[in-house]
Design a protein around this ligand. Structure first.
Ligand SMILES: Cc1cc2nc3c(=O)[nH]c(=O)nc-3n(C[C@H](O)[C@H](O)[C@H](O)COP(=O)(O)OP(=O)(O)OC[C@H]3O[C@@H](n4cnc5c(N)ncnc54)[C@H](O)[C@@H]3O)c2cc1C
Length: 422
């Protein structure tokens, strides 16, 4: 029997365990999945909790409900990976050995990386919404808040779901309007980027949304510290932004066990071949989802597209065959824009988000890079799709590779797009 071990039973690990349990012959392979937690969190739902749209119950389910019956499930913290010994040490004292390893341990937020972030004001006037605790604490705070300066700050890139901060801002604008205090709230977005988003065409579009919603954009703001006394964030080049309420997207890092194991870069992300998803350093290790160092977005949709590629390549590896499946960096994200509307973006390593129709060219029903009510329904429907199809590893009517069908390059961007090799 050969051992296939999956580390992490979140979005990517759960998809992989379902796909592998169907694809690997049970008389030849033992499949084991390890996670520290019994609860699966639907992280895209964290966005809606501060505004009372989702409750905690809407975003949690038991992990075991999604693991197939024929796999070994181990609940323990991963302590150390020893890739040269093909083994993994767990905090419960067990040592698991493997022939093939899939790492799907995601990212965690590290507010402790920023001076002053976790001091007096943490969870009093400073909150995150990338964790369930942060999102719930912020919901409680917002219920009593009567206005002031709301600053949303991204500490550094990359972060998971890079559109989530923008969605938070759009929903905040909507929320304060609905409860009648928008005039008493100044909303500021302080980002290390030079625009609203990472990709130029989408950044221009999303920047207009910020203007329209009277949200002030502060660019190239690289946070150095939080001043808890004067309630301000200070950048490395000593620019200051005052706040009454700070919503932070702290540094996102791979887990500490990756650092302890000497397998990651400076942010603990694992060097991974951007096309085959094989580790750059060990042939029998594959990496998927947020744990990789790939230049793709860190998103559940990306993990989903990667899962098809990883399945094919891992099976080839078990047969000693070349890895022929290639991941193209495909990402697909609904962006909630407030007032019951949303946008959709679809892109990959080479092609940035473009306008058009998706998934059926010319028809849709979703519109790319355009605000529509149908896109909002897509965002809302994603939760059902996630619990019932995506993490169960079921086939979806979407190709892993991005398609140009249904997309077009806007006239005013054609010159620019030539520079971007579109
Ligand atoms: C606010 C927010 C909004 C988002 N919105 C979207 C969206 O709209 N669309 C989208 O596609 N994506 C979205 N995402 C991103 C998406 O949730 C992640 O990209 C996705 O979950 C990544 O999957 P993963 O398996 O790599 O990591 P995770 O799902 O985070 O899984 C990692 C797993 O590893 C386990 N683990 C970690 N450390 C250890 C350890 N030491 N020992 C044992 N187990 C460990 C964890 O318990 C977890 O189960 C959003 C994320 C956030 C936070």
């Amino acid at each position: 029997m050969r051992e296939v071990l999956i580390l992490g039973g979140g979005t990517a690990g759960t998809m992989m365990v379902n796909k592998l349990s169907k694809a690997l012959a049970p008389d030849k392979f033992n499949l084991t999945i390890v996670d520290k937690d019994e609860t699966h969190y639907y992280q895209p739902g964290f966005l809606f909790i501060p505004f009372g749209i989702y409750k905690k119950e809407d975003v949690i389910k038991p992990k075991r409900k999604f693991f197939p019956k024929n796999v070994n499930v181990v609940v323990s913290e991963i302590d150390l990976i020893e890739p040269d010994k093909n083994s993994v040490k767990l905090s419960n004292g067990d040592v698991l050995s493997y022939d093939f390893l899939v790492i799907a341990t995601g990212t965690e937020i590290r507010p402790d990386e920023i001076e002053g972030m976790t001091e007096e004001l943490w969870y009093k006037s400073i909150f995150d919404f990338y964790t369930i605790d942060g999102a719930l604490a912020l919901e409680n705070y917002l219920k009593k808040w009567d206005g002031g300066k709301l600053v949303l700050n991204i500490a550094e890139m990359p972060i998971k779901c890079p559109v989530a901060p923008l969605e938070f801002l759009f929903l905040a604008d909507d929320y304060f309007k609905k409860i009648g205090i928008r005039d008493s709230v100044e909303i500021i977005f302080a980002t290390p980027l030079d625009a609203a988003f990472t990709k130029p065409i989408a950044a221009a579009e999303l920047g207009e949304f910020l203007d329209k919603k009277n949200i002030n954009l502060v660019t190239e703001f690289n946070i150095g510290r939080v001043d808890n006394v004067e309630k301000k964030i200070v950048s490395w080049d000593e620019r200051e932004v005052e706040f009454d309420l700070l919503v932070t997207i702290p540094t996102n890092m791979g887990i500490e066990a990756i650092e302890r194991s000497g397998m990651g870069d400076e942010l603990n992300f694992i060097p991974t071949n951007k096309h085959t998803l094989q580790s750059e350093n060990w042939e029998n290790i594959f990496v998927i989802g947020d744990a990789t160092d790939l230049p793709s977005s860190k998103a559940g949709s990306v993990a989903h597209f990667e899962s098809d590629i990883l399945l094919e390549n891992l099976i080839s590896a078990t047969k000693g065959e070349p890895l022929t499946a290639r991941f193209d960096g495909h990402a697909n994200c609904f962006i909630e824009s407030g007032d019951g509307k949303g946008l959709l973006i679809d892109f990959n390593y080479e092609t940035e988000p473009l306008p058009g129709k998706f998934p059926i060219p010319g028809i849709g029903p979703f519109s790319l890079l355009k605000e529509t009510r149908m896109n909002h329904f897509g965002k809302v429907g994603f939760r059902w799709l996630y619990w019932n199809m995506l993490i169960k590893g079921r086939e979806l009517p979407m190709e892993s590779q991005m398609s140009m069908a249904g997309k077009y390059i806007p006239e005013n961007q054609q010159k620019e797009s030539k520079k971007l090799h579109l």
